[in-house]
Design a binder for this molecule. Sequence first.
Ligand SMILES: [Zn+2]
Length: 486
Amino acid sequence: MSRLSTLSPGPIWKYFEEVCNIPRLSKNEGKIRRYLLDFAKKNGLYAKEDEVGNILIIRPSDPSMESRKTIVLQSHMDMVGEKNSDNPHNWAEDPITPYIKDGWVCANGTTLGADDGIGIAAQLAILTDKKIRTGKIECLFTVDEESGMTGAINLKPDFFSGKTLLNLDSEDEGVLYIGCAGGMDTLITMKFTPVPVPRENDSYDISVTGLHGGHSGDEIHKGYGNAVKIITRLLASLTTQYNISISKFDGGNLRNAIPREAFATITANPIFGIEIHRTVNEFLKTIKEEFGSLEPELKVSIKHVKNSNTVMDKESQRKLLRALAVCPHGVVSWSKEMENLVETSSNLASVKFLDDSTVRIVTTQRSSIESAKRDISSVVEACFRLAGADVQMTDGYPGWKPNITSEILKITRQSYIRLFGKEPLIRAIHAGLECGLIYEKNKEIDMISFGPTIRGAHTPEEMINIDTVIMFWDLLDDVIKNIPEE
Ligand SMILES: [Zn+2]
């Protein structure tokens, strides 16, 4: 007997289990695409695919429902493959093995792929549901959401015809998402002249560690410390007081993470040794007081090390530290329409010496408004151009601006209240969704995103809450029944 066959609603879990059996990592969607096309054939439904592999399956309108607006249901067919290091799971061949535990469906030491397998399963269950009477439904399955969104990027605006879209790729039951941020990178390269270190100098490693860090979209508003900003402040003060030179700078890591740690190697005249230690310790006290209980693990430390061969020339060092001090980091503006939504932000993500004459700085910008995203990127650009650096901007991906007067939001909210007797939360997220790319191509389209509760997505701890799948299904079913006429 199948593991999930006891769960309800039966059809959605049946399809979810079938989808779990199909390997489908990003950029390796061949098997799941074949499965979807076979599914359409078996059920006598029209299906088509585009050049990049996105698939559309159509459920025609029931007789007497032809005047209803066409509705698009959207999910992505790929998943993230993460497993515990001792797990021999072969992502190209092996099925995911889900099991039930304490009201949740989990996987055995791998990602479960409920993100977005549950969205696919819901679409297949709707396509074959004999009980509901609906207008035309177009089910859109995109490829490669998790590793570059190339499916949504290359989607042609006329691949589907509906103007109302339900994205089934969010992870919090009770929340209706109506917007997301776009993002881009602003990348800086600064050249400098390596200068030999005087033999008599003393050198020190300085480190800033123990910060919270966090996701540069979801957590940018929390005010956590940026290790690069903090070490820059200390280095600037040491430069002014003791004329130190920098031989290494390495802060931050991932472009979409707030820097948790930063390291620098400095060199100075030995007469300043004691003073430098005293300044670093005083700085630690000051900075700990500023962050208070927000960053309890914050540490700043210094230790004596061997001299490096070269340091950055003084003029470049001055420019670099000034530019890093001025470079925006954190929330730039809040939404005027929605409470507690960050509209625009910038993350000073990393600074690294690539060799003895090049420093590379990575920054990322997000906004639900395309022009505001470009604007904050040009502020970062201006800041580093003043320092004589080379600056490049990536195209990035566009945002989806919240529309609080949206028709599909009104319908979904009313369905939610009718079914569950309470208000749903209405939110936008300060991170990317495929909806931003779809919206960019067709500004007429009215979209919403909702889903059951998933925890630990993209990790082997991923699990999906069984009760919220029932709620998700009931809501989807009720919204579809209440789509108005053209
Ligand atoms: Zn997803």
